[in-house]
Design a protein around this ligand. Structure first.
Ligand code: PRT
Ligand code: ZN
Length: 283
């Protein structure tokens, strides 16, 4: 039986539980428990602080983990990055006071930079040949320059709102992160098979995101033209209608192309167009 570590509370908790649940795996939301048994899959769920997940997976306390790539890269424990999960996107950036005269990376020479990601920052500065003082602080990194603790910060940025409200400006985007599925590198054969079942479900969920299932009625004589407009997993499905000369056509369309395709199909005479949300796409 697999044991997966997820964040007990915080930004990745809810989306981790949602992804498991979409994959047919029921997970208790009780945040007071350390561990619980999942429904619908041979799995136990371990609720941890995100900082502890890479180590728990490296040590085999958990077989799998869902955690930000930033934590994996910072901690540098030996774990396999099995799959990118498409949520929790952010970047870790260098930011300086809005009024600073920033002129490129050389600005940081001899400067004090506050961060909760000293290893990622040290690797970046070493690669660029910049000699700076890295100050590790745990929380509220963004206030460090205002209270005189540092000249700059290296912190997670998502919308950029936190930087602006602290009078800072993002000057270098260093590391891009999203939630990832990590695995202990020494899983036995049974656990590898179960992990493959899990990633198969996750992949079909991620692939279906942004896809729509479209049904419409179309005059039979326009069918060939409609097929050139509609993609499909193989080709669109076409069914006869009781009314002579008409057919029903079904296809999967990427959300970004949806309206453009529908306008072209309407121009061909398509009627009764239904657009449905796709839950899974199994190739
Ligand atoms: O208690 P525990 O240790 O488990 O949680 P935590 O407080 O350490 O982490 P948490 O829940 O804040 O974040 C978990 C993970 O979410 C991070 O490791 C990232 O992988 C991811 N993530 C995505 C973010 C953000 N977006 C984010 N915006 N983590 C933090 N932030 C913070 C950031 O530190 C800054 O203070 O949000 C602020 C910036 O946001 P904007 O939108 O104002 O730019
Ligand atoms: Zn944390």
């Amino acid at each position: 039986m697999l044991r997966i570590a997820i964040q007990a509370k915080g930004r990745l908790n809810e989306q981790s539980i949602d992804l498991l649940s979409e994959a047919g795996i029921g997970v208790a939301e009780s945040k007071r428990k350390l561990i619980s048994r999942a429904d619908g899959f041979p799995m136990e769920v371990l609720y941890l602080r995100d900082d502890d997940i890479p180590q728990a997976v490296a040590m085999g306390v958990a077989d799998l983990g869902i955690v930000g790539l930033n934590e994996v890269a910072e901690k540098n424990f030996p774990v396999e990055r099995t799959m990118d999960l498409g949520f929790g996107s952010c970047r870790i950036s260098l930011a300086v006071d809005r009024t600073a005269d920033y002129n490129g990376l050389d600005y940081f020479r001899g400067k004090r930079v506050a961060t909760s990601y000293p290893n990622i920052l040290a690797r970046f500065f070493a690669e660029k040949g910049i000699d700076a003082e890295i100050h590790t602080i745990e929380g509220s990194v963004e206030i460090a320059p205002a209270v005189g603790m540092s000249d700059a910060i290296f912190d997670i940025v998502s919308s950029g709102g936190t930087l602006i409200s602290n009078g800072l400006v993002e000057v270098e985007k260093v590391f891009y992160s999203e939630a990832v599925l990590i695995a202990n590198p020494e899983l036995d054969e049974d656990k590898r098979r179960e992990t493959a079942q899990l990633t198969f479900r996750f992949n079909s969920i991620l692939e279906s995101r942004g896809m729509k299932y479209v049904l419409m009625n179309l005059p039979q004589e326009k069918l060939d033209e409609a097929i050139t407009i509609l993609p499909g997993m193989r080709s669109p499905t076409v069914l006869p209608l009781a009314q002579e000369g008409w057919c029903s056509i079904h296809a999967v369309i990427c959300e970004s192309q949806l309206w453009e395709r529908i306008e072209r199909l309407k121009a061909l005479g398509a009627e009764g167009i239904l657009v449905l949300t796709l839950e899974n796409m199994i190739r």
